[in-house]
Ligand binder design. Structure first.
Ligand code: PLP
Length: 451
């Protein structure tokens, strides 16, 4: 199952990298414990077996996607140097690669000018965006939908910014009438628009939120940690398409290359449309920035040390698979969408299941039909286990019952939330595996219904 072929390419590239330092005097570093490396590494391999098979298409549960081999190899290769992208002294080449890779993401939004950088992940990236919001409007509230990532409430608390959640409609999108009510109070600094919620992949109505910005004046931060790349896909539904078409008009945006961008963990990205916000980061480090007048990324980042390897991996991936509509990378996203639409279609036409609105991205939620909501919740957990015994790995989620309202039929209303199953179909291979996934799911549900 695991790719070993490509290790030859790493060997070759290491030789080429080594040649670059050929003029240095011979030196062999001290490696304490080197006689036992093999033994310990074997023990690591044994420990790592205790994982779900994330890279296999029968893993169709949480948000996990294998990195592209070129990302894995570029990351590994870079670790022989281990540059630090905090300052140019620590990571000259990889700082340049980071600037280029981030400019590539900005170009995907249609931005020719921007301020931005990579960071540990979506949480850190959102923290930075809301930190800027708070610096610009210290007393004002932050709004995000009740389906926004829980991190926004927590980050606001860390930053000591007042935060409120806006109700969602039956499709998991921010409810505009509720948003208008909040805005009319006149104390909103930033509205977080989630472009692909973590639970259901719902896309907040960005065109309408932009119109409200004209009237009320606030910042818009797009949390596109999960969904950001889907603007490249040609098979979005109409509402999502409209939102992606105006995504470049937000003030700041977060996207996670370690989600749909084929990167190993440790790669988030925050972008600001106005490079002028860089002034807010100003600080006086007594030791870091003296080797060059060029921009050191640490001057525009809250995190200090950051892996240059993450930048090399992202740069390599974008070099191989440019972020272009109609390209190979976009086709991968389109395949994920197709898998999700296929799955949703099957669920909808099968009386054994209930499923809410059609997926806007590639996340599908559903539950087994039962006589009551309570019974459906119990059944969801059983199906999760029955499917896992067949090597089909799903996820469990708890969602407001209003998402399922249209499909409940005569089910007894004895709970306010539904514990349901959730499938994030992030691998393009899911498209071809959907038939097999469906067979295993149906077998699992039939088994649980018989008991
Ligand atoms: C995953 C996610 C986050 C958090 O990002 P991490 O990379 O896990 O820190 C924030 N917002 C959304 C919408 C997400 O999907």
């Amino acid at each position: 199952m695991l790719d070993k072929e490509n290790l030859k390419l790493l060997w070759e590239a290491l030789g080429r990298l080594d040649e670059g330092f050929a003029e240095l005097p011979e030196f062999a570093g001290q490696v304490p414990g080197k006689n036992r490396i093999s033994e310990v590494l074997g023990a690591v391999a044994d420990r790592l077996r205790d994982n779900y098979p994330y890279c296999h298409p029968l893993y169709a549960g949480q948000m996990l996607k294998p990195p592209h081999p070129v990302a894995r190899l570029a990351y590994s290769l870079t670790q022989w140097i281990n540059p630090n992208n905090h300052a140019l002294d620590g990571g000259r080449a990889t700082s340049a690669m980071e600037k280029e890779a981030v400019a590539g993401i900005a170009a995907m939004l249609g931005w020719h000018e921007h301020l931005g950088h990579l960071c540990g992940g979506g949480t850190m990236a959102n923290l930075e965006a809301l930190w800027v919001s708070g610096r610009l409007a210290p007393e004002k509230r932050i709004l995000a939908s009740e389906q926004a990532h829980y991190t926004h409430g927590r980050i606001s608390a860390v930053l000591q910014l007042p935060f409120a959640a806006v109700e969602c409609d039956a499709r998991g999108r921010m409810d505009l009438s509720k948003l208008r009510e909040e805005l009319s109070r006149g104390d909103i600094g930033t509205v977080v628009a989630t472009i692909g919620t973590t639970a259901t992949g719902s896309v907040d109505p960005l065109p309408e939120i932009l119109e409200l910005r004209e009237k009320f004046g606030f910042r818009i931060h797009a949390d596109a940690a999960y969904g950001g790349y889907f603007g490249l896909a040609s098979n979005l539904g109409e509402a999502a398409r409209h939102a992606f078409d105006v995504l470049g008009r937000v003030d700041s945006l977060v996207i996670d290359p370690h989600k749909h961008g084929l990167q190993p963990y440790g790669c988030g990205c925050v972008l600001f449309r106005d490079p002028g916000v860089g002034r807010l980061y100003k600080h006086d480090s007594p030791y870091t920035y003296f080797s060059s007048r060029e921009l050191h990324l640490g001057e525009i980042s809250l995190e200090c040390s950051r892996a240059g390897a993450a930048a090399a991996a992202l740069w390599a991936t974008q070099e191989l698979l440019p972020l272009a509509k109609g390209g190979e990378f976009a086709r991968g996203l389109e395949d994920c969408r197709r898998a999700a639409l296929d799955f949703h279609g099957r669920l909808q036409s099968d009386p054994r299941f209930i499923t809410p609105f059609p997926p806007e991205l590639d996340i599908v939620v559903f539950a087994p039909r039962a006589e009551s909501i309570h019974a459906a919740c119990e059944l969801s957990r059983k199906v999760f286990n029955a499917a896992a015994r067949r090597n089909l790995h799903l996820a469990v989620a708890e969602l407001p019952i209003k998402f399922f309202a249209a499909s409940l039929g005569g089910m007894k209303h004895d709970r306010a939330t539904m514990i349901c199953l959730r499938s994030v179909l992030m691998k393009p291979e899911h498209r071809d595996w959907l038939g097999r996934i469906w067979e295993l799911l149906v077998e699992s549900v039939d088994e649980c219904n018989m008991r």
